[in-house]
Write a protein that binds this ligand. Sequence first.
Ligand SMILES: [Zn+2]
Length: 201
Amino acid sequence: MKYLILFLIIFLSGCIQLDTWENGIISYRLKEFTEEEEIKIRMAMDEWESVANITFTIEGQVGLTIKKSSSVNASTTGSGCYPFCLMRLKTTGHRIILHELGHTLGLIHEHCRMDRDDYIHIIWENIKEKEKHNFIQRKGLLNIYDFPYDYVSIMHYRSVYIFSKNMQPTIDFLGHIRVHPDGLTEEDKRKIKFLYPYTEE
Ligand SMILES: [Zn+2]
């Protein structure tokens, strides 16, 4: 029991701290996916790796476990939970995997930035109770003044009805027209380069 409590204290306090992965190296294991799904996950990893000093590897002590889920797409944020960082994937659409890997790398939801109320309006009364945490504002690892608000970031929810409990909108984009790219935006790339810069030779 004593060890269980100690374990929980270490685990929870570790998860609270938002941090990047040392040297951009993330040792991962995949669990319960088909070969086809594993290829899709690797493709999304390749896309993040191609823009910053990031290495997803199956070598070394496992820091991130990626598990097939029957219920959610979700991930711990950053390396703070190491060695128990967990990503769960219900679906394996490219954008979804990119989004969850973004959390793993340390990015918060774009629509949770401290300045988001200047750009969108969250309609709290329409959001399912158990999903409200997905809209809570928080300070991320980046200074918001260095990065303009990105409506089409891979870390921004797209649907105005996301997590609606009553078929009514949960996000009002205040008339902003959005054209989403297939993958990462230039701002997503700039952010991750800032967090994982290439080291000078
Ligand atoms: Zn998310």
